[in-house]
Design a protein around this ligand. Structure first.
Ligand code: AMP
Ligand code: GLY
Length: 426
């Protein structure tokens, strides 16, 4: 069977890598892929980004399963288009993808269905937004309503920072957000304290299958300092998600969300990613929903998955996930992102990359912002590589990943030296 992965980041490289191990998989296409998938005979890059053209390609190549990586395609309705043409695709419809594409929709949904999350208000004008912030006090969280590739959120420690963020979003769009219909809008939220974790499940519309837990590091610099990014590294499992917390998340967040979406007429199919804040008492609340896999969480999760991903996704698209049990490597997987100079605001492109270590059973370099030009591998985006390794403990996985990085060189490379620090302390 031929399969297609839509996207070109580290997440898509890891999904394609895992799908290629499938018993029934004869060819893995990646649209559009990256320098890593271009170089590897297991994959074939396809230079198509248009939704209708992708469906045409799938029809003409007789591709049996398509998996969507990035949220932007979901928000464009790629799943609706494929389904209308009778093509098998794993992901949420455009309507269901609003759980991620509109923070206002997600917050209203959670309120309506009693799903624990931070208190919030939505504003379209600067004066009332500022007045609300003054009433609530700092710290407070300001979010742009719309897709922002993880950069549309300001955790304001002071009122001044909160006011500035409101102006950036509503007047200047300095965060570069793609606004939803109706124009710029901010969601202002209560600041939640605790430890974050990524909780990702597969859904087939009614059945749910939890993936291994994970945790990412959103800030650019060591010690969780510096600006928010798409994620500078991740590991799985996340020790903060104890069996007790896991049960609470399923009972209080995941099941009510799936039931609520079905009740609202938008049954959820695809990866559902709940970003959690877990307080000192072990009570989880939802920071956000994503309607796709996490990046870089996918890289360590795929390294730990022993089951045949293609088989699992065939069940997921048949509505028979209740018959599936996932097998996991009991080791820890940990991925460290190497980012380009200037990331996250103005990443530089075109630097030559050398010294990539060969893939081994327990260390893989997943590519993201890389491109191959005349046989040379160049940086082509903000997050360039995610070096992912397995180990018996967090510390050994950490050591292993950092060892694998040593030989990799490109001008201006940035990476954190403390990925996994919270888990290593537990
Ligand atoms: P989001 O894009 O909604 O996931 O937000 C990005 C990051 O901002 C999260 O991973 C958190 O670290 C932080 N954040 C977002 N909302 C809150 C909140 N209500 N309280 C505390 N931190 C938050
Ligand atoms: N790593 C966070 C995300 O994928 O949204």
């Amino acid at each position: 069977m031929k399969v297609l992965v839509i996207g070109g980041g580290g997440r898509e490289h890891a999904l394609a890598w895992k799908l290629a191990q499938g018993q029934k998989v004869s060819q893995v296409y990646v649209a559009t892929g990256n320098g890593g998938t271009a170089r590897d005979h297991r994959f074939k890059n396809v230079p198509i980004t248009d939704v209708k053209a992708l469906a045409d390609f799938v029809e003409s190549e007789k591709i049996g399963l398509t998996v969507v990586g990035p949220e932007a395609y979901l928000a464009l309705g790629v799943v609706d288009e494929f389904r209308a043409r009778g093509l098998r695709i794993f992901g949420p419809t455009k309507a269901a993808a609003q759980l991620e594409s509109s923070k206002a929709y997600a917050k209203d949904f959670m309120k309506r269905h009693g799903i624990p999350t931070a208190a919030y208000e939505t504003f379209g004008d600067v004066a009332s937004a500022k007045a609300y912030v003054d009433r609530m006090g700092a710290p407070i969280v300001i979010k742009a309503d719309g897709l922002a590739a993880g950069k549309g959120v300001v955790v304001a420690m002071t009122l001044k920072e909160a006011h500035d963020a409101i102006e950036w979003i509503l007047e200047e769009n300095r965060l570069g957000v793609t606004h939803n219909a109706g124009g710029a809008c901010v969601v202002i939220e209560e600041f939640m304290q605790g430890e974050e974790a990524s909780f990702i499940v597969l859904c087939d519309g009614k059945n749910v299958l939890a993936l291994a837990t994970s945790q990412d590091h959103k800030r650019l610099q060591d010690g969780d300092q510096g600006p928010n990014t798409g994620g500078m590294g991740a590991y799985s499992p996340a020790p903060v998600v104890t069996p007790n917390v896991h049960a609470k998340v399923m009972h209080e967040i995941i099941h009510p969300t799936i039931a609520g979406m079905a009740k609202d007429g938008h049954p959820f199919t695809g990866f559902l990613y709940a970003g959690l804040m877990i307080d000192a008492q072990g009570n989880p609340r939802t920071v956000e929903f994503n309607t796709r896999m996490g990046d870089p969480e996918t890289q360590p999760i795929m390294m730990r998955l022993k089951s045949d991903l293609c088989d699992v996704l065939m069940h997921a698209t048949d509505g028979t996930l209740d018959g599936v049990e996932l097998q996991w490597d009991r080791r820890v997987a940990l991925g460290v992102v190497l980012a380009a100079e200037g990331y996250p605001l103005h990443p530089r492109k075109g630097d030559a990359i050398t010294g990539l270590p060969p893939e081994t059973e327990d260390a893989v370099v997943f590519h993201a912002g890389t491109a191959e030009k005349d046989g040379v591998l160049l940086t082509s985006g903000g997050r360039v590589l995610c070096v992912t390794a397995l180990g018996e403990s967090v510390r050994t996985a950490q050591q292993h990943a950092y060892d694998a990085i040593k030989s990799i060189e490109f001008a201006g490379k940035q990476f954190r030296t403390d990925i996994g620090h919270r888990a290593a302390k537990r």
